[in-house]
Design a protein around this ligand. Structure first.
Ligand code: G3P
Ligand code: CA
Length: 296
């Protein structure tokens, strides 16, 4: 929970007391939680995607160069079962697929093999300096995040298109060394717009920190708190009262639920949501937001 500095000490004591008194042992910590003295956590949305092609290795490298630890991505699956990092369920907007495969409309990710996707240019649409950037496999992506010593907010995108993608994603994360205690407690959060998908992830790996993307009505929040730790809403849909209500609930790991909001790209809005008390801000311009809210 993000608390302004004046209230930080009190909140810290209250939080500690709550944890110790009500729950005994501390469950898996939702480690990314913001530093009370330095502002909300800043997440580079699809990497530093205002400045480099989204969801590429170049975009996370750029975020690293800006000193941004947390990156967000989107995971989908190819025709032959490879997990890849891409936002849209078609390849058309962010690659040259229409030129390379003109007869394959509507160019859905799920209709192309990993090898076909590997040959596409995922950078030129953004700018000539990024020509040759690729759609990374999730494994390549995890290895780069690891090499960069970054942390990951992983979104399972459109899970209704990819049966079993939750289990497959967790298997890959395990194989990449991302499900050990150190990663689970400090470096990884899994989110989705699908409550069912978040619930499945929680059941498969109860130690993982999870988030639901959306703005459920206040009355429904206790139901979400049974299987997730965070509610991550579009910034236009929230106010301070809603954020407070989320903070008032105990999430799946016995801690106050948190709120990471998206997509905030300007300083004034960043300060506005900071004043609402959000814990994190997901942004295409992590440098601007970090400077606005004093986060690291
Ligand atoms: O992380 C929040 C954000 O990614 C949700 O929207 O469409 O960019 O995946 P979208
Ligand atoms: Ca996303």
């Amino acid at each position: 929970m993000h608390v302004r500095p004046a209230a930080a000490a009190t909140a810290a004591l209250l939080g500690l007391t709550l944890t110790l008194t009500v729950f005994g042992a501390t469950a898996a910590a939702a480690a990314p939680g913001p530093d009370w003295l330095s502002g909300p956590t800043v997440y580079a949305h699809r990497g530093a995607s205002a400045y480099a092609p989204e969801n590429t290795l170049e975009a996370i490298d750029l975020a690293m160069g800006m000193g941004i630890e947390w990156v967000e991505n989107d995971v989908q699956r190819t025709k032959d079962g490879e997990l890849v990092v891409i936002h849209d369920d078609t390849l058309a907007r962010t690659t040259d697929v229409e030129q390379v495969f003109p007869d394959r409309a509507p160019w859905r990710v799920m209709d192309f093999t990993a090898e076909e996707i590997r040959g596409l240019d995922a950078g030129s649409w953004f700018g000539p300096q990024y020509a040759g950037a690729r759609v990374p496999t999730l494994r390549e992506y995890m290895d780069r995040v690891q090499r960069n010593q970054q942390r990951l907010l992983l979104e399972i995108k459109k899970p209704e298109l990819y049966p079993g993608i939750e289990e497959q994603t967790l298997r890959l994360l395990d194989g990449a060394g991302w499900l050990d205690e150190k990663h689970v407690s400090r470096r990884l959060v899994v989110q989705s717009f699908s409550a069912e998908s978040v619930r499945v992830v929680h059941e498969l790996r109860p130690d993982l920190v999870t988030a639901f993307l959306g703005t459920p009505p206040l009355a429904d929040l206790p139901r979400y708190a049974q299987f997730t730790d965070r509610i991550n809403p579009w910034y236009t849909t929230i106010d301070g009262e809603w954020v407070n209500a989320v903070h008032g609930l105990i999430g799946a790991h016995g801690k106050a639920m948190e709120v990471d909001t998206w997509i905030v790209d300007d300083a004034a809005t960043a300060r506005k949501v900071q004043d609402m008390g959000v814990d994190g801000i997901i942004t295409n311009k992590p440098d601007i937001v970090r400077d606005a809210v004093g986060a690291y």
